[in-house]
Design a binder for this molecule. Structure first.
Ligand code: ZN
Length: 475
């Protein structure tokens, strides 16, 4: 195999393309304001850089080895059907017409352009770089404004539907990786826990409702972060707390039994089960699904294990009772809750249970609320031992997971009138989780666009009389 190179002739030709483009642009540039100059040069640049990309790919195609690749289906040598098959891509720096050798295996009906693999080109019409930018926007914004921002910044016109397809398609790759990790963990074949694990881990879980497939469904969210040893002083309460390190997150539109495997995998990535981890603190609200299984998944290895009910959820329960007994928003309700909030923090559930026992509910509904609260505070008593937790400087509010709910899910998936297919909501959540967990760059180095399955367009199927799409063939 020759090593590919750009000949002197090609470099000079590219230089001439540049010179001609600037000459042609000259009259426009000389009369425009700077905004127009910049926009014009973006367009000029796309034409020039596209030629450089094309010539670079052509040089690599020319140097590619002439022997046939093995068919991915049957392993037999493939047949060269085109020495220079065209492929059109919309890219980050221009529109490219790439030509490269194309091979075929008749028995398997499989085509292959080996150079696509080397270049990291996947199915669809977007280059890897443009795919990555479109996904980055697609996980932050609704697909229509994402397409607008893409045009505003890069002057690349990618339709909203294409932004959706690439974001959900790449998100599906991220989710498939997650599912593979969960399957490996279930088969007890997970990789060893991460090295450099911290001494203490906090795991917090919660749920947020998302509208998918015609109804509201719970997207469960998990956050894992190292805890301490540094401390900070909460300005509101004056309490000294150990600092949380950079969190990583996961989210699943799934039953608790499945979601716990997802949380377990995330915790393993942060060191759960490794020798240095001496303490695992689990934070959640009172939801049954959390405390039903948390210990089974997170109380592993020799680490100490503590479960803590989020203080703010506990306070909400006080308010529910007070509103039912004294009237919603009444001064009497506030007068009952105020001191109890403080005593719950300073003394645990004992004074709360005593206060509940002394209430005289005015109605059957109020009686019911009091009874429910007594059950809740009794059942969760050990998880509300706030005086002990505070003395240890552990977190007692799941602010970390609630902010993850907001930044991971609510901000992107609960916009006004947003309706999702379940697979789309999960794909976007998984891709956002990759980004928010600091794994975005590493994920893209694995060329996820090569592994993605084409996402079906949202339009009726073409009639049989429709002409074949040459682009689909080349892909
Ligand atoms: Zn074959």
């Amino acid at each position: 195999m020759d090593s590919p190179h750009l000949s002197r002739e090609i470099v000079e030709e590219l230089g001439a393309v540049f010179v001609a483009a600037v000459e042609q642009a000259g009259p426009t540039l000389l009369t425009a304001d700077l905004d127009e100059i910049e926009q014009h040069l973006q367009a000029v640049g796309r034409r020039v850089w596209a030629r450089v990309v094309e010539q670079t790919v052509a040089a690599r195609a020319a140097a590619a080895r002439p022997e046939p690749p093995g068919c991915p289906g049957c392993g037999e040598p493939m047949r060269l059907v085109a020495a220079a098959r065209e492929r059109h891509l919309q890219g980050l720096v221009g529109e490219y017409r790439l030509v490269r050798p194309y091979w075929h295996c008749a028995p398997c009906h499989q085509g292959l352009a080996p150079l696509d693999a080397a270049l990291g080109v996947g199915p669809g019409a977007l280059s890897p770089g443009l795919s990555r930018v479109a996904c980055r926007l697609g996980i932050e914004e609704a697909f229509a404004p994402a397409a607008e921002i893409l045009y505003e910044t890069l002057r690349v016109d990618v339709p909203e539907e294409a932004v959706r397809r690439i974001t959900e398609g790449i998100g599906a790759v991220a989710e498939a990786e997650q599912q593979a990790a969960m399957a490996a963990a279930q088969a007890a074949q997970e990789p060893p826990p991460a090295e450099g694990a911290p001494a203490q881990l906090v795991v917090a879980v919660d749920g947020v409702m998302v509208h998918t497939d015609g109804d509201w469904h719970e997207m469960k969210v998990g956050v894992v972060a190292p805890l301490g040893p540094a401390t900070w002083t909460d300005p509101d309460s004056g309490r000294v707390c150990q600092t949380l390190g950079a969190p990583s997150v996961c989210a699943g539109l799934e039953p608790a039994a499945t979601f716990w495997w997802r949380v377990y995998c995330e915790a393993r990535r942060r060191g759960l089960g490794a020798a240095p981890v001496a303490l695992v603190v689990v934070l959640g609200d009172g939801a049954d699904w959390i405390w039903h299984a948390a210990a089974r998944f997170l109380h592993v290895g020799g680490a100490a294990y503590v479960e803590i009910v989020d203080l703010y959820h506990a306070w909400e329960h006080l308010w529910t009772v007070a509103n039912a007994v004294y009237g919603t928003g009444s001064g009497a309700a506030a007068a009952w809750v105020g001191p109890l909030k403080r005593r719950l923090v300073e003394e645990g559930v004992r004074p709360v249970l005593a206060a509940l026992a002394q209430l005289e509910p005015p109605s059957a509904d109020a009686t019911d609320e009091v009874r429910k609260a007594q059950g809740y505070f009794t059942e969760q008593a050990a998880r509300m031992d706030y005086p002990t937790f505070i003395a240890q400087q552990w977190p007692i509010g799941s602010g970390v997971v609630e902010s993850a709910n907001k930044t991971l899910i609510t901000a992107r998936e609960k916009g006004a009138g947003m309706r999702w297919r379940g697979t789309g909501a999960q794909a976007v959540a998984s891709l956002r989780a990759v980004h928010r967990s600091g794994r975005w760059a590493a994920f893209w180095r694995t060329q996820p666009q090569r592994r993605r399955l084409p996402v079906a367009p949202r339009r009726p199927r073409p009639t049989p009389a429709a002409p074949p799409n040459p682009r689909a063939q080349a892909a």
